[in-house]
Design a protein around this ligand. Structure first.
Ligand SMILES: NC(=O)c1ccc[n+]([C@@H]2O[C@H](COP(=O)([O-])OP(=O)(O)OC[C@H]3O[C@@H](n4cnc5c(N)ncnc54)[C@H](OP(=O)(O)O)[C@@H]3O)[C@@H](O)[C@H]2O)c1
Length: 277
């Protein structure tokens, strides 16, 4: 018999089986959540059938059916679909159910207003590496959520990877750093590959070099937890190749470019949270 955890006996409904919903369900099952305690609904029957086949979860025919016995309801739909999904389940939610939303830019009060009664809401900004269990999720709690809800949400989100609490006003900045962040690292990989290719290297060799460099660098950061400056000093020697590259980054304003990009993402996240399209 498996050991008792925070999620033992907790029934979870996942609404939306797209990229993130699927990753969450698979991660939960990997973390030994009993699959028959996970109920999933998505309008695409093929997505549900695949999850049922792979993970043996309960396939719901409607979102209302999915939430009917749930202790935790995960809203893993696109932000524009969220109002419709909340309307579908609003009157069918069991008393005391915790609502966890991963929809980007939808505020806690924006979620609460879709429900007639006060209910505990936790808003999360995960990121795309959640799809391989290596994400980081920042979350904020609504006014009706208790310490117990927080613990349950953390245990659910562990299926995505790491978890960190933040005040809700920080979530736009989280979006600009870790939410959009994977794309920044992918962009750097793309530019390394393009540079190598243009200078005569085969594309697949360049890709292998860039991807392994990203993986190795990530592992070094996580294993040593040293500051980037100290890690850079371990690669760059005086008068060497890395220093030549770093000087070029500096001369062309790389730091400023990153800062401006983060500001643009932050601004856009705020606009979306405020309902401006
Ligand atoms: N992907 C990321 O890297 C990432 C990162 C951070 C946050 N998020 C947030 O996570 C949420 C999900 O993103 P995603 O990338 O997983 O999107 P996605 O792949 O489009 O998944 C959303 C799923 O919800 C389904 N759906 C539509 N209407 C529904 C309904 N009434 N009830 C239940 N399910 C319904 C969609 O079906 P159809 O396709 O048939 O419409 C789709 O399968 C979004 O709000 C996004 O902001 C995503």
């Amino acid at each position: 018999m498996s050991a008792k955890t925070v999620l033992s006996g907790v029934r979870i409904a996942v609404l939306g089986a797209g990229n993130m919903g699927q990753a969450l369900v698979r991660g939960l099952v990997d973390k030994s959540v009993y699959p028959q305690y996970i109920s999933v609904y998505d309008p695409d029957p093929k997505k549900i059938a695949l999850l049922k086949k792979d993970a043996n979860i309960r396939a719901a025919k409607t979102s209302r059916q999915a939430v009917s016995l749930a202790d935790v309801v995960i809203l893993a739909v696109k932000p524009q679909t969220l109002p419709e999904v909340c309307a579908e389940v609003s009157s069918g939610l069991p008393a005391g159910a915790l609502v966890v939303s991963i929809a980007a830019g939808v505020t806690i009060s924006g979620i609460e207003k879709h429900f007639k009664k006060p209910l505990p809401v936790i808003r999360v900004m995960p990121n795309m590496p959640a799809q391989v269990g290596q994400g980081i999720s920042a979350y904020s709690v609504g006014r009706h959520a208790t310490a117990k809800h927080r613990k349950i949400a953390e245990a659910v989100l562990a299926a995505f990877g790491e978890v960190v609490p933040v005040p809700e006003k920080m979530l736009d900045l989280v979006t600009a750093i870790s939410g959009s962040g994977p794309a920044y690292f992918f962009l750097l990989a793309e530019k390394l590959i393009e540079s190598a290719y243009e200078m005569g290297m085969k594309a697949d060799t360049a890709k292998k070099l860039a991807y392994h460099t990203a993986l190795g660098s990530g592992r070094v950061m996580m294993q040593t937890w040293e500051d980037p400056e100290d890690l850079i000093a371990k690669v760059a020697s005086k008068g060497g190749t890395t220093e030549a590259a770093l000087k070029t980054f500096k001369r062309l304003g790389f730091g400023k470019v990153v800062q401006e990009a983060v500001k643009a993402a932050h601004r856009r996240s705020r606009e979306l949270s405020e309902g401006r399209s």
